[in-house]
Design a protein around this ligand. Structure first.
Ligand code: FES
Length: 515
């Protein structure tokens, strides 16, 4: 089983063999270094390497450790941000370009699968979006009208493939599904066969530009946590959210989403993709892995670090799936993270505030699989030719002063000031922390906050709860046994190890003083 950024194993991590990577960076200088070995990083590296550039992927953990290992892998042209909203925020022609981009994105995956004969359960199938009340019906009609404007084919239908009561529904043909980690790992093997390099377990902490004394060209030095420096002409942050401090942290809000894979009676597995219209919405689909069908349901999204009882999210999801399906068993349950952009579209292109040749891809919302491919197409065109049809549309430097933006700023105001470091007496903590085994909590101790977790054996794990990114206080995530930052979504293990950026350092441990 491969590792992922949470305690709960996803369906994908348990059904792939670990990837054997080169783990060496042989070139003195790379044409392109990509930070992040998820679907965006590997897809882009693969495309650029095959176009003749020498690439290196630097991954902080193992490939697909982050959201690629936890997605439910829907490939849609109908997006979470409805085309009606995209038209309102950006205009009709840009919305058409978005529709064209996501259509091309699915084709890109399909073409790779055919060309490299990747067995990852890819299947084209229809999707269904269904309304259950008058308000949703009205919204559905707006979606249909907007889809017509941007040439995404949809039509009303009288039936849906799941046994959930509905009032109106639409069918969207030619969507798709697949096993994401299998796909990425096969693509990564092909990339390495083409001469590409991957180094895992390497945290990038910084980059800077300098002029090469011999050639006079500007080069980028990429520094890692263990003081190693890699040199490149071009740098791409495909880390889900860029590390460091960037305006994009104010334009993206981190969310958690919950998923389960369950077994149903054999003739009950729907072949198609289905979505209800609640906020947050629930999503349903089947994936067959090595002959075994799994019914995957997802939803119950919330802002990262803003839900006190993350286990309850699974309970609500299970109650929903049990209401409509004859669940025989639950094989997997897991959660994962995504970043909601302020204006509804991702940020793909030049990293704001950086000098030339540093790129970023982030803010995919719930459509990470298709936007990873839009990023691959856009960034490879920019790097290879200096131009892309999509450059302006997804420009991370755009400013759209729209309603959601202010709210996102407010979400980022969760900063705490009182912090603690150094030694704490064990007896004090144990008397103060009435924690059950397996429970975590941020407690106040002598006017300072401390993050405490009591493991199943009763040992205390004590951390400074100050996020190493921009000093917000982390919150306990009981479902994934992690400390999650509500500000920009950094996450840490029970011992403080950094699981997700934008932080690039671990939480500080607090030593217990024996008396
Ligand atoms: Fe930015 Fe924690 S992720 S302060």
């Amino acid at each position: 089983m491969i590792k992922r950024d949470g305690a709960l194993p996803s369906l994908w991590q348990q059904t792939v063999e670990p990837l054997e990577v080169t783990n060496t960076a042989l070139a003195a200088k790379y044409d392109v270094i990509i930070v992040g070995g998820g679907i965006t990083g590997i897809s882009l590296a693969h495309r650029l390497q095959n176009a003749g550039l020498q690439c290196l992927v630097l991954e902080a953990h193992n490939c697909c450790f982050g959201t690629t290992g936890g997605t439910t892998a829907h490939l849609n042209t109908l997006l979470d941000t409805p085309y009606s909203t995209i038209i309102k925020n950006f205009g009709e022609e840009p919305a058409k370009l978005v529709a064209k981009g996501v259509k091309e994105a699915i084709h890109n995956i399909e073409r790779n699968i055919e060309q490299y004969q990747i067995e990852c359960g890819f299947e084209r199938t229809a999707a269904y979006l269904f309304a259950e009340n008058d308000d949703q019906q009205k919204e559905l009609q707006e979606i249909v009208e907007a889809c017509e404007k941007v040439s995404v084919p949809v039509h009303y239908t009288g039936t849906i493939p799941v046994n959930i009561p509905f009032t109106k529904a639409i069918e969207i043909p030619a969507q798709a599904k697949f096993s994401p980690v299998k796909y990425v790992y096969e693509l990564a093997k092909n990339y390495m066969d083409a001469g590409g390099h991957i180094v895992e377990q390497t945290v990038v902490v910084n980059h800077n530009h300098r002029t090469d004394e011999v050639t006079g060209e500007e080069i980028i030095e990429v520094q890692t946590e263990d003081d190693y420096t890699y040199v490149t002409n071009t740098l791409v942050y495909a880390t889900h959210i860029p590390p460091g401090v960037n305006v994009l942290h104010l334009r993206c809000a981190p969310y958690r989403s919950y998923a389960m894979a369950v077994k149903l009676p054999l003739d009950n597995y729907p072949a198609e993709l289905c979505y209800d219209m609640y906020d947050p919405y629930r999503y349903y689909r089947t994936q067959v892995i090595e002959g075994e069908p799994y019914f995957i349901v997802g939803g119950e999204d919330h802002k990262t670090g803003h839900e006190d009882n993350t286990e309850a999210c699974f309970n609500r999801l299970l109650a929903n799936v049990r209401k409509y399906f004859n669940v025989e068993s639950i094989t997997h349950k897991w959660s994962s993270q995504y970043y909601e952009p302020a204006d509804g579209l991702p940020y793909i292109g030049e990293l704001p505030g950086a000098r030339p040749n540093v790129y970023v891809a982030t803010g995919y919302g719930g459509n990470g699989m298709v936007y990873s491919q839009v990023a691959t197409i856009l960034l490879s065109d920019l790097i290879l030719t200096g131009a892309s049809t999509y450059k302006e549309l997804f420009d991370p430097n755009r400013i759209k002063p729209i309603a959601g933006f202010t709210n996102l700023i407010k979400e980022n105001a969760d900063v705490v000031k009182n912090l603690v470091s150094g030694l704490v007496a064990r007896s004090h903590l144990e008397s103060l922390s009435e924690l059950a085994h397996g429970e975590g909590k941020v407690v106040v101790f002598e006017k300072h906050k401390i993050a405490l977790y009591k493991d199943p054996e009763g040992s205390l794990h004590v951390l400074n709860p100050t996020c190493t990114h921009l000093k917000c206080s982390v919150a306990w995530n009981a479902a994934e046994l992690s400390w999650d930052c509500p500000c920009h979504g950094a996450r840490y293990s029970i011992d403080g190890e950094m699981l997700n950026g934008p932080a690039n350092m671990d939480l500080k441990k607090i030593d217990l003083q024996e008396e």
